[in-house]
Write a protein that binds this ligand. Structure first.
Ligand SMILES: CC(C)(COP(=O)(O)OP(=O)(O)OC[C@H]1O[C@@H](n2cnc3c(N)ncnc32)[C@H](O)[C@@H]1OP(=O)(O)O)[C@@H](O)C(=O)NCCC(=O)NCCS
Length: 191
């Protein structure tokens, strides 16, 4: 986390209208990361459609930004209300930014959000050979139970509390302030 902050990056939720920003990030993934993110080979068109559809009340995307560019993301899809309490999450970090602690920060933020949305079971599909993702999940083994044989992770985030709601709200407010500060700094640099 310190690594991320020291380099001037910050994490915030993606806003409505940032589908192209999200698509551009996913399209920048190297072939191996793209394969791991989507669990197989997918075309550029598939990615554009995917990013375009990743919106609505049941979707939350956290992004890691550096110098105004989205370099990493975690996408949370909360299932239909009929299956209330279940959700699916997927991660994408561009290669140059992998192993800098960004996935850990995103997973932490996403677990808080999942908890506050009443998610009791979180699925994360991960290829069996994806050791980095498995290591990342193990860091949260108090909240996650993984069965890598089935390459599906079950998360049991604790129930939401007033404090966990406050934590998400405070993190969101801080992120908005960081985004504004970052945009102003870049404007000043180019002026
Ligand atoms: C998997 C992914 C999300 C992990 O995020 P990350 O930012 O690279 O991971 P972090 O830096 O937070 O590291 C997480 C843990 O993995 C460990 N790790 C880092 N590189 C590793 C490697 N090559 N092999 C094994 N473990 C590794 C770290 O040491 C860390 O554990 P620690 O804090 O106990 O030391 C990211 O690499 C990624 O997006 N990869 C491509 C897409 C993908 O695989 N998505 C997952 C399926 S949805």
């Amino acid at each position: 986390m310190e690594d991320v902050l020291l380099e001037g990056g910050y994490v915030r939720k993606l806003w409505i209208g940032e589908a192209k920003t999200y698509a551009d990030h996913l399209l920048r993934l190297d072939p191996d990361s793209r394969h791991r993110r989507f669990g197989g080979a997918v075309s550029n068109d598939f990615i554009r459609r995917h990013a375009d559809k990743a919106r609505g009340f049941n979707v939350v995307i956290y992004g890691f930004f550096l110098d105004g560019v989205l370099r990493g993301a975690c996408e949370l899809h909360i299932d239909h209300p009929m299956f209330r309490g279940e959700a699916e999450a997927a991660f994408s970090i561009e290669r140059d930014w992998q192993s800098h602690g960004i996935g850990s920060v995103l997973l932490e933020r996403m677990l808080l959000t999942a908890r506050n949305r009443g998610v009791r079971k979180l699925r994360m599909y991960c290829l069996a050979e994806n050791e980095r993702m498995q290591q990342l999940a193990r860091k949260f083994d108090a909240e996650l139970s993984f069965d890598f044989g089935n390459v599906v992770g079950d998360v049991d985030p604790p129930r939401s509390t007033a404090l966990s709601m406050m934590r998400e709200w405070a993190a969101d407010s801080y992120s908005v302030a960081s985004a504004i500060f970052d945009a102003q700094s870049r404007l000043l640099r180019t002026a």
